[in-house]
Design a protein around this ligand. Structure first.
Ligand code: DX5
Ligand code: ZN
Length: 220
């Protein structure tokens, strides 16, 4: 079985020392940088936008995994490709023409992801799963870091894994929100492949160790 992936979310980084925090992730056991883009409309919060991502991409030496929490994401697909995104994830709930959006993301050379809010059932991906490189299951309501994990996530992972296997898709499953060393093993066992962690990493007094521990426990 392939190695489980860790994606620290820079939403919880120290923005006054962003380059320092990026360099920490560069030299850590992490696999990806997770970048949360919020518009204050799809979610009740605004994070950061294009100029900040441009700076992150200049220093980041790992895969850039962008999670768009914005309405009408089609407007910015090319922009995020040009900024250096490797994976671009849009919300199912924000996409009127999801199939077209997925093709447009891939046409720009990126991996195409779909995020599901906690209330959105995985069965809604039955007709698009073959076109999706990554499904991001929100294990908190999107908009803020530091929230508590929603337990129903395990059932959703199992249901999604079953759909992926049944269809013969090669989609990977990413979990976002409230991930810690206490739940990452059970999430991995349920079928998840990649794990976003914001607070657990950046609020730790030893961030390199926090990432190392997540990676080790996920792969144990
Ligand atoms: C929430 C974001 C998450 C967030 C996770 O809307 O999508 O990526 O940064 O933060 P933690 O790990 O603190 O729950
Ligand atoms: Zn996210």
């Amino acid at each position: 079985m392939s190695s489980k992936l860790i994606a620290p979310s820079l939403l919880a980084a120290d923005f006054g020392n962003l380059q320092r925090d990026i360099e920490m992730v560069n030299k850590s056991d992490a696999d990806w940088f997770h970048i949360d883009i919020m518009d204050g409309v799809f979610v009740p919060n605004i994070s950061y936008g294009m100029p900040v991502l441009k700076t992150i991409a200049k220093h980041a030496k790992k895969t850039i995994d962008v999670h768009l929490m914005i309405v009408d994401p089609d407007r910015y697909i090319k922009t995020f490709a040009d900024l250096g995104s490797d994976v671009l994830t849009v919300h199912y709930e924000a996409s009127t023409h999801l199939h077209r959006t997925l093709q447009a993301i891939k046409a720009e050379g990126m991996k195409a992801g779909v995020a599901l809010n906690p209330h959105t059932n995985v069965i809604l991906l039955e007709d698009t799963i073959m076109d999706i490189d990554l499904v991001l299951i929100m294990s908190v309501n999107p908009g803020f870091g530091g929230q508590s994990f929603i337990e129903n996530t395990y059932a959703k992972i199992k249901q999604l894994k079953e759909l992926i296997i049944r269809k013969g898709a090669s989609t990977i499953i990413e979990i976002d929100g409230g991930v810690t060393t206490a739940n990452i093993k059970a999430l991995a066992d349920a079928g998840a492949d990649a794990f976003v962690a914001g607070s657990f990493v950046f609020k730790s007094s030893n961030q390199l160790k926090a990432i190392k521990d997540l990676k080790a426990v996920a792969n144990s």
